[in-house]
Design a protein around this ligand. Structure first.
Ligand code: NAD
Length: 359
């Protein structure tokens, strides 16, 4: 189990240190873990003048899985776009062909009142958003800005999807829906698009319907993205697995993140064709709270659980990590972002200790 550990910037090193405590317990139990650290983002720029140093990419390529903290910080704001920390992230995703981004939105009963939605709308929420990550309008060519004859500037991006890109992410979606099948053995997948207006979405829908034929135990539905955005806050529990493209998934997954109360609780996985994956919290480097021992490390620890489930096929270990997080919450321990009146507020490191102790 070779894991590349890329702490990154801001709160990255603090939250990664907590995940390392959890890994250390499994190492002591005899799990064949091999961790190697490397810089990325601003840390990569500081060390090698590149947000994704060659040695970091090489290490990531040679590892089974990558655990990443977060990248970005004020001190890099003035750098040209290609040297900015976020480029490290975009390039490693593209370089490793991590096309399937999984973001679960799972509400721990202990945190039901941390959400801005009413408890009856969200209690028991357990959905997963699968976002295609390497195609769509973020990568489509041509893109740019041109000068029109009348002297005004005009900018354009290209929304682009090929059948094979849609097909491979659809297969991941159906497989996850099968893994999550209910007691009756049926899974549910809702494909979100804008097929009433966009050509890319019409192709998306056609291909998803085709792939569905290989998964008769999964009930497939379709929803337009505008409606999905509304339904996610109206009645989020109607969903199980949501499959969508890069830009729609970007927006919907952030929306879904608030259902569960805090971005500090949300893990993510980005997988390639062979379930090799990059695991990271959904939040950024939170430079406003870096170095203060107040960041919530649970999203990072829960990302580790996803790593065990998806890359190493060790659902048993994943469940133990998740149960330990829940145990720490049940003890009433809260980092500041999820604290309510009367709760015991603990720091980043103490929360990591509590999870490790529970384990
Ligand atoms: P952010 O997610 O870093 O922070 C948003 C807000 O949430 C802040 O108030 C922050 O304090 C809080 N927050 C985030 N994570 C938290 C945690 N674990 N515990 C408690 N509070 C937490 O987003 P931002 O402020 O828009 O961006 C900051 C930097 O992070 C930027 O440079 C941005 O480009 C980068 N970024 C990186 C990633 C990534 O590495 N995957 C993702 C998003 C943003």
């Amino acid at each position: 189990m070779k894991i590349a550990v890329l702490p990154g910037d801001g709160i990255g090193p603090e939250i990664i240190a907590q995940a390392a405590k959890v890994l250390e317990i499994f190492r002591l139990e005899g799990l064949p873990l091999e961790l190697e650290y490397a810089p990325i983002g601003g840390a990569g720029y500081d060390a090698n003048g590149d947000p994704l140093p060659d040695a970091t990419l090489k290490l990531a390529q040679e590892s089974d899985a990558i655990l990443l903290g977060a990248v970005g910080g004020y001190k890099y704001d003035a750098l040209p776009r290609l040297l900015r920390p976020e480029q490290g992230l975009l390039r490693i995703r593209k370089g490793l062909n991590l096309f399937a981004n999984l973001r679960p939105a799972l509400l721990y009963p202990e945190l039901v009142s941390a959400s801005t939605l009413r408890p009856e709308i969200i209690s028991g929420l357990d959905i997963i958003i699968l976002r295609e990550l390497t195609g769509d309008i973020y990568f489509g060519q041509p893109r740019g800005t041109r000068m029109l004859a009348n002297g005004e500037r005009q900018s354009f991006d290209t929304m682009l999807y090929s059948e094979s890109e849609i097909r491979r992410v659809a297969h991941v979606g159906f497989s996850i829906a099968m893994q999550r099948a209910d007691a009756s053995g049926r899974g549910r997948l809702c494909s979100v698009d804008k097929a009433n207006v966009l050509d890319t979405s019409m192709l998306w829908r056609e291909v998803v319907i085709e792939v569905a034929k290989e998964y008769p135990a999964v009930d497939l539905s379709h929803m337009y993205v505008d409606n999905a955005a509304m339904q996610l806050v109206r009645a989020p529990k109607q969903f199980d697995v949501i499959l969508t493209g890069n830009i729609f998934g970007d927006i919907l997954s952030d929306e879904a993140s608030m259902l569960t109360g805090s971005i500090g609780m949300l893990p993510s996985a980005s997988l390639d064709e062979n379930n090799k994956g990059l695991y990271e919290p959904c939040h950024g480097s939170a430079p406003d709270i870096a170095g203060q021992d107040i960041a919530n490390p649970l999203a990072t620890i829960l990302s580790l659980a996803m790593m065990m489930r998806y890359t190493f096929a060790r659902a048993d270990i994943a469940q133990r990590i998740e149960a330990s997080v829940q145990k720490a919450l049940r003890r009433g321990l809260r980092t500041k972002d999820i604290a309510e009146l009367g709760m015991k507020i603990v720091g980043t490191s103490a929360m990591g200790d509590a999870v490790a102790e529970a384990l």
